[in-house]
Design a protein around this ligand. Structure first.
Ligand SMILES: Cc1ncc(COP(=O)(O)O)c(C=O)c1O
Length: 431
């Protein structure tokens, strides 16, 4: 076989199918959206970094929880098959294992940006000399708005207080050394995305955390694109606080409840400010209806309201699945799958206005490859063609970034082949 024929064979559809047979993942546990028409029954889904797919068990288990309500009314607090009063505790163990934390450091509550605000109440305590917040220039807008509003709340000009880190000229991703260099005595808080939503860059969380602490700053992480995507060791890395959502890699449904982490070092510290409600008090005293709270020495003290059980149910189902499969095993398949997609794209991008901007080093990325696209179509227009003509669901960030996330739980090598094939067919080669 000639080298060209061997290369073509290695990129053939049958090769993708045999890789799936050898390295199958857990697709059978998920509902994969069907596609109308065309040769394949299901979509090739690459938007799990935006909204993960539904585990089949989610529907069954959510219905069980709903039926407890129908059968028991208020008595479900104690008598439901999964009693509502301690329901949130069912999520603590698997959530803490997923992010490398102690159970006392981990809680599932609220939404991501709400958690960032509650945590900043405690951990952004600016002074006239040390008041700056360091974020990425390409931070997700919610983070940018959140930190700007926090600076304003404390009486600072957000344009002055918020430092936006930009990649070097001609580069798409941040270099760790450049981040570290900016962490000076004016920085009160470093709040970066563990995996950048746009480029898919996995930051060096331990190194930046160490550097932030050496500079005298508090270091928090937005793990929206990291939780369920890459292994984390928040406790060992000495991260001060973190928050993440559960609707992306954690497959818990649109707007699903978020997670929060506070390092053990800070738990029970009476000097920390917190906003409180009746769920901030220790569980044993909650129904004493006392006027003054008795917060526990755990991150549960950051809870405010009683948890929404039917929103917790899908998060519990999903976390139990992660617990069973193991993030380490998933990461191994993720590295193989993403490398395969990368190899296929390398056969398509030369000569076309397509450029992968995610780091090539597997240690600096998770399950996402972002493509900068040129040519006449915007990313949104290209995503529409991929969806309606090829059944490939990608995520567009206008004007020019297309994000493809092969998710190790349910994506296939054949999905990757379909995506590369669709791009080759629809993006014209440069004249
Ligand atoms: C990195 C990041 N931060 C924050 C958010 C906003 O999260 P929420 O609307 O759940 O607060 C998102 C949403 O996609 C995100 O990707």
């Amino acid at each position: 076989m000639s080298a060209a024929a061997a290369a073509a064979e290695s990129e053939s559809e049958s090769r993708a199918q045999s890789l799936d047979a050898a390295d199958p993942g857990h697709r059978e546990l998920f509902d994969i959206p069907p596609v109308d028409g065309g040769p394949y029954p299901d979509v090739a889904y690459f938007a799990g970094n935006s909204l993960g797919l539904r585990p089949k068990a989610t529907r069954t288990e959510l219905l069980e929880d709903l039926d407890s309500w129908a059968a028991l009314g208020v008595e479900g607090h104690l008598d439901a098959a999964r009693p509502w009063l301690p329901y949130h505790e069912l999520l603590t163990g698997p959530a803490s294992r997923l992010v490398g934390a102690l159970p006392s450091e981990t809680v599932v509550m609220n939404s991501l940006t709400v958690n960032l605000h509650l945590l900043m109440v405690s951990f952004y305590r600016p002074t006239p000399e040390r008041f700056r917040i360091v974020i990425e220039d390409s931070a997700f807008p919610s983070d940018s708005y959140a930190v700007r509003s926090q600076a304003r709340f404390h009486g600072f000009d957000p344009d002055d207080a918020v430092v936006r880190l930009r990649p070097r000229e001609g580069e798409d991703c941040l270099r760790t050394a450049d981040v570290v260099e900016r962490l000076g005595s004016d920085v009160a808080l470093v709040l970066l995305g563990g995996v950048n939503y746009l480029t898919g860059e996995l930051m060096d969380i331990p190194a930046i955390t160490v550097a932030g602490h050496a500079a005298g700053a508090v270091v928090g992480w937005d793990l929206a694109h990291a939780a369920g995507n890459v292994p984390l060791a928040l406790h060992d890395w000495d991260v001060d606080f973190a928050a993440w959502c559960s609707y992306k890699y954690l497959n818990s449904g649109p707007g699903a409840l978020a997670g929060a982490f506070v390092h053990e070092r800070h738990l029970g510290d009476p000097s920390l400010q917190r906003f409180e409600g009746w769920w901030s008090t220790d569980a044993a005293s909650r129904f004493e209806m006392a006027a003054v709270s008795r917060p526990p020495a755990s991150v549960d003290a950051w809870q405010v309201s009683n948890p929404p059980i039917f929103s917790m149910s899908p998060v519990r189902t999903s976390l139990e699945l992660f617990d069973k499969v193991g993030i380490g095993t998933l990461r191994e398949r993720s590295i193989r799958l993403t490398a395969y997609l990368e190899r296929l794209l390398a056969g398509v991008t030369p000569g076309r206005p397509l450029q992968v901007i995610t780091p090539a080093d597997p240690a600096r990325r998770g399950a996402q490859l972002s493509l900068r696209i040129g040519g006449a179509r915007t990313a949104g227009e290209l995503a529409k063609v991929l969806r309606f003509e090829f059944g490939v669901i990608a995520d567009a960030r206008e004007p020019d970034v297309l994000r493809l996330a092969p998710v190790p739980l349910y994506s296939t090598y054949h999905d990757c082949w379909r995506a590369a094939q669709a791009l080759a067919e629809t993006v014209p080669e440069n004249a």
